[in-house]
Design a protein around this ligand. Sequence first.
Ligand SMILES: [Fe+2]
Ligand SMILES: [Fe+2]
Length: 288
Amino acid sequence: MEIDRKAFLESLGDADAIKKMDSEARADALEHRMLAELNTAIASRQNGGLQESNKAESSQFESGKYPTAAEVEAQIETRTYRSDAGFLMVLCTGANAKRLAPMPANPTLLDFFKLRFMDTANHVLQSANLAMKNGMSEEIILACLLHDVVQELIRTDHGWWGAQLFEPYVPKKVTFAICYHQALRYYADPSVGYEYPDLYRQLFGVDYVPPAYIEETYRMVRKHRWYMEPRMVAVNDLYAFDPSVVVTIDPFLDIIGRHCKQPKEGLGNDGSPVAHMWRTIIRPDQPL
Ligand SMILES: [Fe+2]
Ligand SMILES: [Fe+2]
């Protein structure tokens, strides 16, 4: 999916403001925009069925009315929340939140896809679909299916948060892939056809240097025997934004069944070290 580079850059502000943005912030702004544009494109094809927040957000992009980076910076002290709050937590429209559909008593991963992953599902389903078409292993397909859903909860360092969310339930290779896809997206690997994206070169400049922790993570992962796991998530992530493809979760049910532990009490009720994260996704309106 092509995004309008000029409109995107304008939405970030002037050249100085863009330079001042941390590279991770710019990458996340880009990813967020692509998610929103994908959701809008699919929603218009399906004639509805999209969360209102995405529609409004994307129409803002289309009309070029996004704030500059300087304006975004100025908004920090006018808000009672931080921008890295997940999609489920903060509606981008400023409209009132709607009551979420109740979850079953013992919710499964499938229930979360249907009832809570409203902003991220299209993107990860497309990514998993591409991985399947490209003949990837079941672990990589599963990692693609799960790699960004934690952004419903929190967006900063979503690779690490996402890996933690799934750690008790999926093979270690899958959490490794989810964790490190975030860092690998900046580093080319021509051996598997992954070039540093032209779009990133245009957006970040040819002299762009990722922050130290990303660079260190990349060096560690590059030498790791499982390097290809997150690399293949990055490969199948990058080209996964295609509004002409609508993917359901059905083709992945067998893979989920074979590789994901589904606690009988349900995710969030199983006493695992991350059960609280699932409960927060179930009840984002719960105070305390
Ligand atoms: Fe990601
Ligand atoms: Fe992604």
